[in-house]
Design a binder for this molecule. Sequence first.
Ligand code: NAP
Length: 285
Amino acid sequence: MRTLQLPTGGEMPVIGLGTWRMGEDERSRAAEVKAVREAIALGYRLFDTAEMYGEGGAETVLGQAIGEALRSGDVRREALFVVSKVYPHNASRRGTREACERSLQRLGLETIDLYLLHWRGNHPLHDTVAAMQSLVADGRIAHWGVSNFDTDDMEELMQCVGNGPPCAANQVYLSLGERGPEFSLLPWQCERGIPLMAYSPIDQGALAHDHGLAELARQLGVTAAQLALAAVIARPGVVAIPKAVRSAHLKENLAAAALQLDATTLAELDRLHSLPTRKMPLAMI
Ligand code: NAP
């Protein structure tokens, strides 16, 4: 699969698997672990989670699936890229480090590949960045970044980085239905080589039922969800992390990474879901 270079070295596949809503109900645990195992077997290598999802439950599901896959030799640890996030209320200098240790424990890993501040909170950014950089220095995380940061937040973040490792990614809501970040945030990140991770890239499933998209997708011999994903990752500097547990969805979404959209299709997508003509506040789910 195509990958994006991180400004801090290493690379990230353009399609990964989201895990929000996993780990919330013990009765669904076995099916969720099975879905993540299937994802690994299919070839997913990027996984997105957070301490918030199921209050640690999603990290536990992901950790169990990864542990099983590693033990059975389905995948090597070095091939995986695991992303997790700290709650803003935990993101003090000390709290970030403690939250990271708890996440590592639940994931059953020695290192988190990319650790993000989930959204801006009340702790000074300087403190969170210092904690993130110390976690990199200690090898507990390989890269750090942020989520739900708009252009002005990113500008402010740049003032906190100093000589330590820089921000490796910003994860925001970006889909055909929510194109706000394409106006100024994405160009800003592209200029600095900071990848944008698009969350809710299928608008939480809604784009799979979008009539205009479905008709265009039918003409191309793909599904509406695949077209929605291909459109998002066609933007330079963007990776997408759709969440799925159904086997058909896992397969469809992974295959979308290989779709090439021509100029006519991209123009038709712009007609169906237009770019904003002015800066919009960053949307959050
Ligand atoms: P999403 O990925 O846009 O949509 C997920 C929903 O779409 C699920 O109900 C899924 O169903 C369905 N779906 C997946 N593939 C499909 C397909 N090919 N056809 C039809 N339906 C399909 O929404 P999301 O879960 O909100 O976002 C993705 C990930 O981004 C999250 O899981 C999370 O990791 C991350 N996220 C981050 C933030 C943040 O603040 N940083 C916020 C929101 C989300 P099934 O599960 O039944 O297969």
